[in-house]
Design a binder for this molecule. Structure first.
Ligand code: ASP
Length: 327
């Protein structure tokens, strides 16, 4: 029977009154502390559900377009796994060489096309601001999975959920968090530093001289009245650190490979260095690691970086359920 044309965007059985329904997740700047409590509550429930039943049908019939213009292992596979754990399905596009992008298609046209086939789009792109451009073009939710050296908000949420789960929520206030490595190009620390300003924390930055935390991030942190300080050596600050957040030197962002070589192995965490750290400290890393943490640190109970990946699955399940009106 012929039917009259309908808007392709009409929700079918979604609860459009849930607070995150249809929203984009572009920057950590959009969250307040209440939002974080909410996200972590949902992520905690997701953890319980995965432990009890593995896969369930909360997002049955929903489709995620997982659009990656830059390499990714954890972010793309954890979003993929999150969607499948929730009973939904995925269009994976992680080799844009084989898509119309190689024919010169704009990002706006690509996301406009993909939203005809999907309910939500996860985007990683090498240019800062790209997620915002995609969100302006699309009417379905866009989740920023890393925009060049800009932000990586879903990583920051999972990082904070890791701290919350490992050290306890009451203890985020009062923590000293030390960020180490490539603070200039490392988008995860840009997002995490900003997100941590919602708590009463102290931030330390340790990096090679040419890879310092960008001024705009430090200004955002200062504006919130959060104490922050830069150090040239880790040894002086490690004994008072509660969370050591290590990052890789972002080789691909260097114009001159010789500059990368000069700083590549400046800071290395090994068991000897860990002797300076508190018994209760956790060491985190967004991964991939290159040489900055030696593999013999992995068996130290303070090494939280593989547990951190698992927390990421639950946070990404929570975010997908929220923007699709199911949580
Ligand atoms: N996986 C993280 C990111 O995409 C960290 C890294 O690549 O070093 O930003």
């Amino acid at each position: 029977m012929p039917t009259s044309p309908q808007s392709p965007h009409l929700p079918f059985g979604d609860n459009i009154h849930t607070p995150w329904y249809g929203k984009d997740i572009l920057s950590v700047k959009q969250f307040d502390r209440k939002d974080l409590d909410y996200i972590f509550g949902v992520a905690h429930e997701m953890h319980g559900m995965v432990d009890r039943i593995g896969t369930f049908d909360l997002l049955k019939g929903k489709i995620l377009a997982n659009l990656f213009y830059e390499p990714s292992t954890r972010t793309s596979s954890s979003f993929h796994a999150a969607m499948e754990r929730l009973g939904g399905s995925v269009i994976p596009i992680n080799n844009v060489k084989f898509s119309s992008v190689s024919k010169g298609e704009s990002l706006a046209d690509t996301v406009r096309s993909l939203e005809c086939y999907s309910d939500v789009i996860v985007l990683r792109h090498p240019e800062m601001g790209s997620a915002k451009i995609a969100a302006a073009a699309a009417s379905k939710p866009i989740l920023n999975a890393g925009d060049g050296v800009g932000e990586h908000p879903t990583q920051a949420l999972l990082d904070l959920f890791t701290i919350f789960s490992e050290l306890g929520e009451g203890e985020i206030d009062g923590l000293t968090v030390t960020m180490l490595g490539d603070l200039k190009y490392g988008r995860t620390v840009h997002s995490l530093a900003r997100l941590l300003t919602l708590y009463d924390v102290k931030l330390n930055y340790v990096s090679p001289d040419i890879l310092k935390m960008p001024a705009e991030v430090m200004e955002d942190v200062a504006e919130k009245g959060i104490p922050q300080a830069e150090y040239a050596s880790l040894e002086e600050i490690l004994p008072e650190t509660d969370v050591l957040y290590v990052t890789r030197i972002q080789k691909e962002r260097f114009e001159n490979p010789a500059d990368y070589k000069k700083v590549a192995d400046e800071f290395i965490i090994d068991p000897e260095m860990m002797q300076l750290a508190k018994e209760q400290m956790i060491i985190m890393h967004p991964l991939p690691r290159v040489n900055e943490i030696t593999t013999d640190v992995d068996s130290d109970p303070r090494a939280a970086y593989f547990r951190q990946m698992e927390y990421g699955l639950y946070v990404r399940m929570a975010l997908l359920a929220m923007v699709l009106g199911k949580a």
